[in-house]
Design a protein around this ligand. Structure first.
Ligand code: IPM
Ligand code: MG
Length: 357
């Protein structure tokens, strides 16, 4: 089969990690007889440099014309002082909206081979941790009305958190589908003791589940308590559904619990098959261009694309197994290095995984 993939390398280590993922995808293509065609488009800081816009029109068009999108990372010191609309992150927020990707799935998985990397006590993580955060991605405070003004108290600024029933229902459906394939347990995170939008969130999640997925048990957890529970006993969670901002915060926390943010991938999907797949980590400008980045998260993001956008579960498994074997064989990048293992750079790590595919 033939697949067109738009590659948005972005900034910092973005181009290196995307190159690693492409190498692994090419190995999958050779082994299973698929033709992956890659076209690169600018996003983030490099796009600002090129044409003054973090998300040029031709990038949106390229993504729309593709079967799916692979993204490296955006941002860097150079653009830190730019005005809001000219910041690299704005490119990311806009591409999510432009492609209608309202559901962001972030699995925080603790790899057994890396259990020692977790900052938590070994007893808490020894049986493995896999928290799948389903984050609403195109609504809430990220996209709500905002503004500035001056009043009696001087200058002020405001942002709004707003959710409609339709927005809550469609993200709940995605979470329920996932939960159905897994433990059948869904945790919904909100701040219903304070926020009106959370009260609607909570009621809608329950009504929707009762109507459409009666076999799923839904438990509500307040976001502050959730932040605590993730470090107290992360193994109690399976699928978690939450709003854009809570998902942003909790997914970083859950990722850190696994001790290896360089290993975690995420997918963003809407109603169609085209998705945006990216590592959870950022552009790491401090190590850019030094062949020191960990390509695994991007490699696994590419694997998720094969499974979730192209319906190729066997090819997904081939990549996951290849990553597992590479770790089992003792190969590590700097971020996950431990005594007695062999340290390699980004290129070599990708080559080792590709070889094992
Ligand atoms: C993420 C990032 C982005 C977000 C930033 C870079 C805009 O933190 O993908 O989690 O807040 O969504
Ligand atoms: Mg974030």
């Amino acid at each position: 089969m033939k697949f067109n993939i738009a590659v948005l390398d972005g900034d910092g280590i973005g181009p290196e990690i995307c190159a690693g993922a492409i190498e692994v995808l090419d190995a999958v293509g050779r082994k299973y007889g698929h033709d992956f065609i890659f076209k690169h488009y600018p996003i983030g800081g490099c796009a600002i440099d090129e044409c003054g816009d973090p998300l040029p029109e031709r990038t949106i068009e390229g993504c729309m014309a593709s079967d799916s999108v692979l993204l490296g990372a955006v941002g860097g010191y150079k653009w830190d002082d730019m005005p809001v609309d000219k910041r690299p992150e704005k490119g990311l927020l806009r591409i999510r909206k432009a492609l209608g990707l309202y559901s962001n799935i972030r699995p925080a998985k603790l790899w057994k081979a890396l259990a020692k990397a977790s900052p938590l006590k070994y007893e808490l993580v020894k049986d493995g941790v896999e928290i799948i955060i389903v984050r609403e991605l195109t609504g809430g405070i990220y996209f709500g009305e905002r503004g500035r003004g001056t009043g009696n108290g001087g200058e002020y600024a405001w942002d709004t958190e707003k959710y409609s029933v339709a927005e809550i229902e469609r993200i709940t459906r995605i979470a329920c589908e996932l939960a159905t394939k897994r433990s059948g347990k869904l945790v919904s995170v909100d701040k219903a003791n304070v926020l009106e939008s959370s009260r609607l969130w909570r009621r809608t999640v329950h009504e929707y589940c009762a109507r459409n997925y009666p076999q799923i048990t839904v438990e509500d957890v307040l976001v502050d308590n959730m932040a605590m529970q993730i470090v107290k006993n992360p193994a109690q969670f399976d699928v978690v559904v939450t709003s854009n901002i809570f998902g942003d915060i909790l997914s970083d926390e859950a990722a850190q619990v696994t001790g290896s943010i360089g290993m975690l991938a995420s997918s963003s999907l809407g109603d169609g098959k085209r998705g945006l797949y990216e590592p959870i980590h950022g552009s790491a400008p401090d190590i850019a261009g030094q062949d020191r980045a960990n390509p695994v998260a991007t490699v696994l993001a590419a694997a998720m694309m094969l499974r979730d956008s192209f319906d190729l579960p066997r090819e997904y498994a081939a990549i996951e197994t290849a990553v597992q074997r590479t770790l089992d064989d003792g190969w590590r990048t700097a971020d996950i290095m431990e005594e007695g293992k062999r340290e390699v750079g980004c290129k070599k790590m990708a080559a080792l995984i590709a070889e094992r595919v």
